[in-house]
Design a protein around this ligand. Structure first.
Ligand SMILES: Cc1cc2nc3c(=O)[nH]c(=O)nc-3n(C[C@H](O)[C@H](O)[C@H](O)COP(=O)(O)OP(=O)(O)OC[C@H]3O[C@@H](n4cnc5c(N)ncnc54)[C@H](O)[C@@H]3O)c2cc1C
Length: 643
């Protein structure tokens, strides 16, 4: 564990963090002082490894605006003299889609500037690239796929189609037999700190990904193997089986609606312990099951949602199909929604790249939805004088203000910080497609009620780690494709999906290099969901890459060691995409009374247009999916173009 990983480039991980700490001000510490970094032929963010996602240099300015320290040392802003028809704050899917819709409404000559604080466009749609031994490996650093619990709206579907993505053709690109033919199974890793011993055991019901209560689909040998090998006490095993098999109505005498109402106000943990009465080992086993949906464990997830997601314990409850009041969006999967799925090797970063290609064709060479996968973005083209649409990276917006009375003003002034200097541009309209929690700090003229609603949309923190490994022979030897790890640093790890598209080819042989994707949700069980998110956010900002790396090496070594995996030898690079501001916050019946009781939602108050300013982002729909980011962009553009 103490050996160096000699092949990896530490520059973007440990060294950058250290570098940022020794410059005089963290606000100005991340660029050299000459030229525009994006113009350099070496400027290529997708290939950076180490601590990515909200990388060093992306958030310091925004935090100093929040803390009230920015303007005291910002100096007088430099007026660039630039005027745009539209300035968009935030270069995620919502900002890029807003630019696309605005061009359609206002004509292709409309002048648009997109300001983005990160060094890459796409927001949560983040592309990670590795080149072990010269071979290109693509991974997703954030948004995984086109998928949504609710069917895509006509608007969002139309955009996906217009970009050339034929969703039903997905199966053409997926090597469907890849896992099955190699018998790579889903397994549970029991760790010694939580369960007394380290053990990798078959997962009889796919916990963690698509949980299922349907035991008919569970192979008998898997069930037997799990019960024989799982390091659970006899009582724990009995409770585990009872939870899955018992057909008891735990809330007798109540109607289905009454039961749903009760379950909506009860955490799944309480349901398991107080209603079903299983022992603590079963609770520990299930604790992190909803991480990928809710960003919290079962202590903060309503039992009604657990039932809707197919978690065990509800077989005999006689609940009528369909959600009752207060169900979370994530629990409302429909067949239509499930079938609308498409995964690019870099996740929805391909959607961001297809949108950028529409806006600034020279920036993403090529012409098809398949060639976009391997096309190398030319970052120097993003912000060219001659282009009507510009994307200015590494630029944090610090103030948005109407020039005069918002009711009658003809222009909005937007100030942004870039490389230690503050600049202003003016625009006829502005769309705030950035995170809602940022908006009250940069747009102080908004009404107080709206500012409060915006501030309540604090996002869900997540860590998405992509680990490039030399080969996957340990996975093959252990017959494992994905691991659910209830007590480990990352709660899931899985081999990359076998997708070959355009000139990109997935790993084939066990000695081919491949990416392992891992997810950590830094929540703090036992507290209200928002408090858990706040603490997790702090953890992600404060954890060094070195600590993450040690945890990753430790986890992969312990999980796969029996298959011959040696972290120091087999890991070629790590990209830890930290998202302190990750998923849009979705309402939850345990913590958001209004969600159960009805009335105007905070997101409806937050997204109201104000003078020449409209508000987009997935936060505006309180729904953490790409289709929401698109729908909200479409609405925001509609608001400014009809005025
Ligand atoms: C880890 C992760 C995995 C996900 N997986 C999926 C998935 O599989 N499928 C799916 O549909 N959805 C998924 N989502 C949700 C989906 O990514 C989002 O709903 C969508 O991408 C949000 O797009 P957006 O443009 O609204 O916000 P963002 O992508 O967050 O973009 C907003 C941008 O505004 C920038 N910004 C903020 N403040 C400022 C400022 N002051 N100045 C300039 N710029 C600023 C931000 O840095 C950011 O880049 C995932 C989200 C995360 C975090």
């Amino acid at each position: 564990m103490h050996r160096d990983i000699t092949r990896r480039d530490f520059l973007n991980g440990v060294a950058l963090t250290v570098g940022a700490a020794i410059v005089p001000s963290p606000l100005f510490g991340v660029f050299d002082e000459t030229g525009n970094p994006e113009q350099s032929p070496d400027y290529y963010p997708p290939a950076k490894t180490g601590l990515r996602g909200s990388h060093v240099g992306s958030f310091e300015v925004a935090h100093s605006v929040r803390d009230g320290t920015f303007w005291s040392h910002a100096g007088t802003p430099v007026d660039t003299g630039e005027h745009y028809d539209l300035v968009i704050v935030g270069g995620g899917i919502s900002g890029l889609a807003a630019a696309h819709y605005f061009l359609k409404a206002a004509g292709s000559k409309a002048r648009i500037l997109i300001l983005e604080n990160h060094d890459d466009f796409g927001g949560h749609c983040k592309r990670n690239e590795f080149r072990p031994g010269g071979r290109l490996l693509l991974g997703y650093g954030g948004t995984y796929s086109i998928e949504s619990p609710r069917p895509y709206s006509a608007v969002a579907k139309a955009l996906i189609t217009e970009l050339g993505i034929d969703v039903p053709s997905y199966h053409k690109y997926l090597s469907q037999d890849w896992y099955r033919s190699r018998d790579l199974r889903s397994k549970v890793f029991f760790d010694k700190e939580t369960f007394g011993t380290d053990k990798l055991v078959i997962n009889p019901v796919p916990l963690g990904v698509n949980a299922t209560d349907d035991l008919e689909t569970v192979p008998a040998d898997a069930w037997k193997e799990f019960l024989a090998q799982a390091p659970l006490s006899e009582q724990g095993k009995r409770d585990y089986q009872r939870l899955h098999k018992e057909t008891k109505d735990y809330l007798p005498g109540l109607s289905s609606d009454e039961k749903k109402a009760r379950l909506a106000r009860l955490s799944y943990t309480k349901f398991l312990t107080d209603t079903v009465g299983v022992n603590d080992e079963v609770v520990r086993l299930y604790q992190v099951l909803p991480h990928s949906w809710f960003g919290v464990g079962i202590d903060a997830v309503p039992a009604q949602d657990a039932w809707l997601l197919g978690y065990p314990g509800f077989k005999g409850m006689n609940l009528a199909p369909g959600p009752g009041p207060g169900a979370n969006y994530d629990s409302m999967w429909t067949k239509e929604a499930e079938d609308y799925f498409f995964h690019f090797p870099d996740g929805n970063a391909s959607i961001a790249r297809l949108l950028v290609r529409r806006l600034i064709p020279e920036a993403i060479p090529g012409s098809s939805v398949t060639d976009v996968v391997t096309s190398k973005a030319n970052y120097a083209k993003l912000d060219e004088d001659s282009s009507p649409v510009k994307i200015r990276l590494n630029s944090t917006v610090v103030r948005v203000k109407h020039q005069g009375d918002p009711a009658s003003a003809k222009e909005v002034e937007v100030a942004y910080s870039r490389r230690g200097k503050t600049y202003t541009v003016r625009a006829t309209h502005c769309i705030l497609a950035c995170w809602h929690v940022v908006i009250p700090f940069i747009c102080e003229e908004l009404p107080e009620k709206q500012q409060d609603a915006l501030a309540s949309a604090a996002k869900v923190p997540l860590l998405y780690t992509a680990v490039s490994i030399k080969n996957w022979s340990a996975f093959e030897k252990l017959k494992v494709g994905s691991v659910y790890a209830p007590g480990s640093y990352h709660s899931t790890l899985e081999l990359d999906l076998p997708i070959s598209i355009g000139g990109y080819h997935c790993a084939e042989k066990p000695d081919d290099s491949i990416i392992v994707h891992m997810m950590r949700v830094p929540c703090r069980p036992g507290r209200p969901a928002r408090a858990q998110h706040a603490l997790g956010r702090m953890e992600l900002f404060q954890t060094t890459f070195e600590t993450m790396e040690r945890n990753i090496r430790d986890q992969l070594g312990r999980t796969l060691g029996a298959g011959g995996f040696d972290p120091a030898r087999d890991i070629t690079a790590i990209t830890a995409n930290r998202w302190p501001h990750g998923y849009a916050y979705e309402y939850n019946s345990l913590w958001d009374k209004f969600w159960l009781e009805g009335g105007e939602l905070p997101c409806e108050v937050a997204r109201k247009p104000f003078g020449r300013i409209a508000i987009a982002n997935a936060d505006a729909g309180a729904y953490a999916y790409t289709d929401c980011a698109i729908d909200q962009a479409w609405r925001a553009v509609g608001e400014i173009t009809k005025s």
